[in-house]
Design a protein around this ligand. Structure first.
Ligand code: 13P
Ligand code: SF4
Length: 404
């Protein structure tokens, strides 16, 4: 593992401290210390009692945030639940809390740290809860791509990063006139970007970038994919110069598991079952789906649907299971026949949650996620631009299925 201290000449004063690692080792796995084996021996009843007692004792000083993909055994302790956008808004609204325990993944905890006051300590119960998509865009690679794309290019390029990215990538975007987006407001942020420049570099999820730009009416041939593993991203100068959207070659390992074949099988066996997918899915899945939208859009759409309606949903399994369990008047199942599980989010266990609370009760803050000051300075710019471009309701990325 190499420690990096970086200076960015395009944005004087911007220095990053980051960590690099071999591609085969998830970044955060390197950090999590083992917790006492005693936690594994605790019964569920005892865990519930002890977490509840800590919550009572800490009162307003503690806020527990949970992403919708979190397992139920952790989710039940949440003070607030949400998707990435909603949790960012909730985090930024915390004025009384001293400790925010974030039951999500690393980039979400970083975002909460950036959006809360300096006095708030953000804690991730298991540091191995990373995100494979966020790890697909490394600052070195992004800077290299930027040098290639901006050389001999008169067009203004606006870098946009999905919130599922490391804080230093957000800082890069903030420092270069760009912004963050989430799947709930990607169309609004892309519109914002295209009012400011001719081209967009979209990081790190090619699918969210492509699906959003297509839904806004941009043709596929206005987009190219930049592969950081290839020299010059695998692009010729001409391809880079003529493209309107440069999509980073990244993806979500969970949403990648949904396929066009699964959609076709459902459409032929059960034409009355509505296919509803997250925009992190591949283009051919999104084209076959009836509805496409963020986590919060999925929840709202299914919740408002009539009783007896039938759904095949393409997103993380814990959310689908929860919808099926809580909305028993509807027939809700996963689009896939295999379990599409976010294994990194799943690392946040009730035992790890209890451990961080036990430590807080003993006066020790463990697993604090602290974004370095200079990274924070520019990532807050990108995040504030994201929060300035929010609609009152989560929007569909595409409201009807488009011809394949
Ligand atoms: P949203 O929470 O923005 O829908 O994103 C889904 C996801 O993959 C979270 O990591
Ligand atoms: Fe990352 Fe995908 Fe898990 Fe979201 S679901 S945290 S994008 S790996």
């Amino acid at each position: 593992m190499t420690r990096l201290l970086r200076y960015n000449s395009a944005a004087p004063g911007l220095r990053w401290v980051g960590l690099t690692h071999g591609p085969e080792v998830p970044r955060a796995l390197l950090y999590q210390p083992p917790i006492s084996p005693d936690y594994a021996r605790l019964g569920d009843h005892e865990i519930v009692e002890r977490v509840t007692a800590h919550k009572r004792a800490l009162g307003d000083r503690l806020v527990i945030l949970c992403h919708h993909y979190q397992q139920d055994d952790v989710y039940r302790f949440a003070d607030f639940t949400g998707d990435s956008l909603k949790l960012s808004q909730i985090a930024s609204a915390q004025k009384k809390a001293e400790f925010v325990v974030f039951c999500g993944v690393h980039f979400m905890a970083e975002t909460a740290d950036v959006l809360t006051d300096d006095s708030v300590k953000v804690i991730l119960p298991d540091l191995s809860a990373g995100c494979s998509m966020a790890d697909m865009a490394d600052l070195d690679q992004v800077e290299e791509a930027w040098d290639f794309l901006t050389a001999d290019c008169d067009d203004a390029i606006i870098p946009i990063t999905y919130v599922n990215s490391a804080a230093n990538i957000k800082a890069f975007c903030g420092a270069h006139g760009g912004a963050c987006c989430t799947s709930s407001n990607a169309p609004l942020v892309l519109k914002w970007a295209l009012q400011r420049g001719e081209k967009v570099l979209f990081l790190p999820d090619q699918h969210l970038g492509r699906n959003t730009a297509c839904a806004m009416g941009h043709p596929l041939d206005s987009m190219v994919v930049y592969d950081p593993a290839e020299p010059d991203g695998g692009l010729t100068r001409e391809q880079a110069a003529t493209a309107r959207f440069i999509l980073w070659k990244g993806h979500c390992s969970v949403h990648q598991l949904f396929t066009a074949k699964q959609c076709d099988a459902i459409k032929s066996a059960e034409p009355d079952r509505t296919i509803l997918v997250h925009p992190e899915c591949n283009r051919d899945v999104v084209q076959r789906a009836d509805l496409v939208g963020s986590t919060e859009f999925i929840i709202k759409t299914v919740t408002k649907a009539p009783p007896d309606s039938k759904w095949a949903i393409g997103t993380e399994v814990h959310l689908i299971d929860r919808l099926a369990k809580t909305q028993t008047d509807k027939d809700i199942r996963s689009l896939a026949t295999i379990q599409c599980l976010c294994t990194t989010m799943y690392r946040v266990s009730p035992q790890h949650l209890l451990w961080v609370l036990d430590e807080l009760a003993a006066g020790r803050v463990v697993n604090q996620i602290k974004v370095p000051t200079d990274v924070r300075r520019w990532s807050v710019v990108a995040l504030e631009r994201m929060l300035d471009n929010v609609s009152s309701e989560p929007v569909a990325i595409a409201s009807t299925n488009t011809p394949v």
